[in-house]
Structures are given as structure tokens and as C-alpha cells.
Design a protein around this ligand. Structure first.
Ligand SMILES: C[S@@+](CC[C@H](N)C(=O)[O-])C[C@H]1O[C@@H](n2cnc3c(N)ncnc32)[C@H](O)[C@@H]1O
Length: 218
């Protein structure tokens, strides 16, 4: 389902989504991500939240090098690619229809000696979680994945499965509707959450979350 309906002459702010590629420089690498908004919709364009999460990763406030990391709802894969270039061992995931496009972008943007740092894999939130190690990641990344209310509970379930108490979750979010803040309230019931970065021009918030210790009822 498209987040924003496709129209031939969109608002200028949305026109970049219709370009066939988007170019960036992160982690000392020039990156060119293919886009195909018309064919694959939201999963095949680079969203501002991905760009801002890459900016945050580059700041180095969260250790990425040598970490085992997973990206949820990766779309074109910009965040996972940049995290791999910064030294993470990445699992880059999305729903099945997005995977061929995602794999092609990952392959095209990682140098030969980094190809083995990233694996692309199907993960629909809340489904087949046993295929991923429980509490098995140092870092969980997600850019612009909080936008469909129906997915809030399965997304939370996925985060709970993937995270140990030590896992750091970084979510970059565009808060478009009031319901998006409902997800943050749900997250705060099970994770400690703090806003660690805000990019004003793009109006993107980056939240860092870590599992709360289990409650001990006396
Ligand atoms: C707005 S796009 C963001 C893509 C990319 N992270 C970015 O910021 O450029 C949302 C992504 O979440 C994925 N997604 C939506 N619902 C999902 C679900 N239930 N399970 C897994 N991924 C999902 C979509 O396929 C899409 O790639």
C-alpha cells in the first residue's frame, strides 16, 4: 500500500520520490540508490528518515563498528548499507515483494570486500520470528517504519523478540499523525525511550530505545 498516493505531478517536496535514483555520500562512499515509486511504492524510495538516521550513525554516538545489527522495513536499504560501511555485520530486512529491489541496491552499493557484511532477508513484522535469534542483535535499526497502525503491535513484538537488555534500538521517525505518537507510548511501556537527535529541516526525530528490565512485583 502506498503511503502517499501516486500522482503524475506531485508537490515539489514529493517529486524527488519519483526520480529513478537518489545519490548520497555517507561513510566516505558515494552511494546511488535506485528508486521505483510507481512499481513498488513506499519500499522503493529513500525516505528522509533514512537519510537522517545515516547522519546520526555517522556522528558516532552509538558504536556500529563490529556490531551485529538488523534493519527492519529497509526499503531501498540505505541505512543498512551505511551501517555495513561503518563496520556492522548487517541483516537487512523487509517484506518479500521488496526484496529483489533491496538486494540489487545493497549489491550495487557495497564494495566487493564488504559484500559479505550484509545479508538481505525477509521479515514481515510479527511473522516467522523464530528464524531470527531471540535477543541476538547489538543494534536494531528502523527508518520511517512507524506509520501503519495495524502494524504497531507486530512491530513491537518483533522488537521484543530481537532485543536483549543490551540491544540498542534506533528509530528515525517522521511524526505525521497523532497515531504515530501512540506507537511511542506503546514502546515506552516495554522500552526506555529517549529522543537523541532531531533534524529540523526534514522534521525527523531519532529515538533510542532499550528494553526495560523485567518488573519485579513484590
Ligand atoms: C516508509 S517505508 C521506509 C523505507 C526505508 N526504511 C526508508 O526510510 O527509506 C516503510 C517500509 O516498511 C516496510 N513495511 C511496512 N509494513 C511492514 C511489515 N508489516 N513488515 C515488514 N516491513 C514492513 C515497507 O515495505 C517499507 O519498506
Amino acid at each position: 500500500m502506498a503511503l502517499v498516493p501516486y500522482v503524475e505531478n506531485p508537490l515539489p517536496a514529493l517529486s524527488k520520490l519519483q526520480n529513478s535514483s537518489a545519490e548520497f555520500r555517507f561513510a566516505n562512499h558515494d552511494l546511488r540508490l535506485s528508486q521505483d515509486w510507481k512499481k513498488l511504492g513506499v519500499a522503493a524510495v529513500v525516505w528522509d528518515a533514512a537519510v537522517v538516521l545515516c547522519m546520526y550513525l555517522e556522528l558516532g554516538e552509538v558504536e556500529v563498528n563490529g556490531k551485529s545489527a538488523i534493519e527492519l522495513g529497509a526499503g531501498t536499504g540505505l541505512v543498512g548499507i551505511v551501517a555495513a560501511l561503518l563496520g556492522a555485520k548487517m541483516t537487512i530486512t523487509d517484506r518479500e515483494p521488496a526484496l529483489d529491489f533491496l538486494s540489487a541496491n545493497v549489491k550495487a552499493n557495497l564494495p566487493a570486500d564488504s559484500q559479505s557484511s550484509a545479508v538481505v532477508s525477509e521479515l514481515t513484522w510479527g511473522e516467522g520470528l523464530e528464524r531470527y535469534p531471540a535477543g541476538g542483535y547489538d543494534l536494531v535499526l528502523g527508518a520511517d517504519i512507524v506509520y501503519l497502525e495495524d502494524t504497531f503491535e507486530p512491530l513491537l513484538q518483533t522488537l521484543e523478540h530481537l532485543c536483549s537488555d543490551a540491544t540498542v534500538v534506533l528509530l528515525s521517525c517522521k511524526i505525521r499523525y497523532e497515531r504515530d505518537t501512540n506507537f511511542l507510548s506503546m514502546l515506552k511501556q516495554r522500552f526506555g525511550v529517549e529522543e537523541v537527535y532531531y533534524e529540523k529541516q526534514r522534521d525527523i526525530h531519532v529515538y533510542k530505545a532499550q528494553k526495560l528490565p523485567p518488573r519485579r512485583d513484590l
